[in-house]
Design a protein around this ligand. Structure first.
Ligand code: DGP
Length: 114
């Protein structure tokens, strides 16, 4: 989508600090990091959220989970722990309408989720 900022990042039209890329997904450092390690993992296929994905996307979603684990190791947070979250919709304050997973680590986090 031309007007989607993450699609434009994936295409290279907008610069990003890339940490990983393969045929299905792209990962880059969050512009406004909330933790020492804060990476966004996004599918190359545009979907606003998981609500727009279906059975045909099962392999893609599984692949992203495995990439997140690989990146957690590469970022050095797999031993200490990390958090993975995706915001969906207004109550969750989703600001970019392209499915993305926040990978956060490198700091002791709170037990609170909201
Ligand atoms: P969310 O609130 O879950 O939709 O988070 C969107 C995240 O995307 C937010 O943490 C900031 C990040 N972000 C927004 N625009 C850009 C950008 O142009 N570059 C990078 N690297 N991150 C961005």
């Amino acid at each position: 989508m031309n007007d989607c900022i993450f699609c434009r990042i994936i295409k290279g039209d907008i610069p990003s600090a890339k940490v990983y890329e393969d045929e299905l997904c792209y990962a880059f450092k969050d512009i406004n990091p909330q933790a020492p390690a804060h990476v966004l993992v996004v599918p190359k296929k545009h979907a606003a959220s998981v609500l727009e994905l279906g059975e045909e996307d099962k392999a893609l979603l599984g692949h992203i989970q495995l990439v997140i684990g690989k990146l957690a190791k590469e970022l050095g947070v797999s031993e200490t722990g990390f958090r993975v979250m995706t915001n969906c919709g207004s109550d969750a304050c989703q600001s970019v309408k392209h499915l993305h997973y926040h990978l956060l680590g490198g700091v002791q986090m709170s037990e609170k989720m909201v």
